[in-house]
Design a protein around this ligand. Structure first.
Ligand SMILES: NC(=O)c1ccc[n+]([C@@H]2O[C@H](COP(=O)([O-])OP(=O)(O)OC[C@H]3O[C@@H](n4cnc5c(N)ncnc54)[C@H](O)[C@@H]3O)[C@@H](O)[C@H]2O)c1
Length: 397
């Protein structure tokens, strides 16, 4: 096979965990001819059957069988945080490339062992898709790298959601087991900010909020991150009554038009669950069951973000960038939207077929996880926290 033929053949992917994350990433696997789903591992029968109906291939009960499948080249690990360590290590031991959902792991020590295992096996480890993959974020990064408006100096990211009131597994509400908004949502903001500021965060100062005794984990935070020559601030509330998607041209996080009539739905559904347990509500949002996300019309986003360079401010929207420069103000539209998470499948193909991995490698994911831990530590000790595991955004090239 020639290099061109190899580059053109789809990357053969096996999925571990056919839950909510897979529902959100599914379209890209269906639409992008550069990848093909050939197998899955999932303990729930209903999702395995749905996979076989939609994709054919094989649907196993365990990750071990998936990793033994010779057709699988890359394993997409979309199982709960606490299993990422075991699943990444198994995939690496079987010689498979890996895309693992964010966050990389819960503990830093596990994260280090995972990145070491993939390096020793000579396989790519990608972490995501976080919202740092979103096309408008990549556009902002390209402007920063071009030098058109000088150096990046200040980044502000803000997000108000009802995250804490969407159906949750018990561990998602237990910080020690990776629960709370810092690990699941903070990591998106950290990834975006690190990518735009160059990756090498130096120090974190943060405060967290934990004020609903029925959902006893961090539901909010305010964090400041210092880089060399750039400062950043991120605020998140998962207790939101206000929804900051109102400020994103009416598009929700996943790029679909926001149904403003749905105001308060998450809290209402949780209160009205009656005999049905919260786990049943959560399970209803997984693959193979009727609850599907609305159709996206544009790129995903993670709330309002403003990037200040020496000679311009950039405001990110789901459809492109507003540029506020000294002598003009303009909108730079994103390329036409085709399907959601095309950035993720492009990154998979680029890494596995072309040998050009994205910035969001295992070491990158470890560095973002370190910032999440620093947020919790800084808030607990009311002190700044220095960082030791940071990598630059261009260190992979
Ligand atoms: N990138 C995103 O936008 C996004 C969105 C949601 C979740 N996530 C991430 O995806 C991961 C999963 O979260 P979720 O909300 O989809 O959870 P979920 O509970 O909806 O899905 C997890 C799935 O993994 C399956 N599973 C459990 N143990 C397994 C095992 N040993 N082998 C194979 N499958 C197993 C479960 O049955 C379930 O179907 C988390 O790390 C989360 O942070 C990412």
């Amino acid at each position: 096979m020639t290099f061109d033929e190899a580059a053109a053949s789809p990357v053969r992917i096996g999925v571990a965990g056919l839950g909510r994350a897979f529902v959100l990433s599914r379209t890209a696997f269906v639409e992008d001819p550069r990848v093909r789903l050939v197998a899955a591992a999932e303990p729930r029968e209903v999702s395995r059957q749905a996979f076989l109906r939609e994709f054919g291939g094989r649907a196993y009960e365990t990750i071990d069988d998936l990793c033994a499948d010779p057709e699988v080249e890359l394993v997409y690990i979309s199982t709960p945080h606490e299993i990422h360590f075991d699943h990444v290590c198994k995939a690496a031991a079987a010689g498979k490339h890996v895309l693992v959902e964010k966050p990389l792991a819960i503990s830093l020590s596990d994260g280090i062992r995972m990145t070491d295992a993939c390096a020793a096996a000579g396989v790519h480890l990608l972490v995501g898709p976080s919202h740092s993959f979103d096309t408008p974020v990549q556009m902002a990064r390209a402007i920063i790298l071009s030098g058109e408006f000088g150096r990046v100096r200040l980044i502000n990211a803000l997000n108000y959601t009802d995250f804490l009131y969407r159906p949750r597994r018990p561990e998602e509400l237990d910080t020690a087991r990776g629960g709370g908004v810092v690990f699941s949502q903070g990591v998106h903001q950290v990834d975006i900010i690190r990518l735009l500021a160059g990756g090498l965060a130096r120090q974190v100062c943060a405060y967290t909020g934990n004020w609903d005794s029925e959902r006893p984990t961090e539901g909010a935070y305010v964090a400041q991150i210092a880089f060399d020559g750039c400062i950043a601030s991120m605020t998140y509330s998962g207790y939101g009554f206000f929804d900051s998607d109102e400020w994103m041209d009416g598009f929700g996080e996943l790029g679909a038009r926001k149904d403003m009539q749905a105001y308060g739905n998450a809290r209402r559904a949780l209160k009205a669950r009656g005999a049905a347990s919260e786990m049943d509500l959560k399970a209803a949002r997984t693959y193979g069951l009727p609850d599907k996300p609305s159709s996206p019309e544009t790129y995903e986003h993670f709330g309002p973000i403003i990037v200040s360079l020496e000679k311009a401010d950039l405001r990110l929207t789901p459809e492109g960038l507003h540029v506020y420069a000294e002598d003009r103000r303009e909108f730079r539209p994103a390329p036409p939207f085709r399907f959601s998470r095309s950035e993720m499948t492009a990154a998979i193909h680029s890494a596995v077929r072309l040998g050009r991995p994205p910035a969001q490698s295992g070491r990158w994911g470890l560095a973002s996880l370190e910032v999440c831990h620093a947020i919790l530590k800084s808030a607990a000790y009311n002190a700044p926290v220095r960082l030791e595991h940071q990598v630059g955004a261009n260190d992979h090239v």
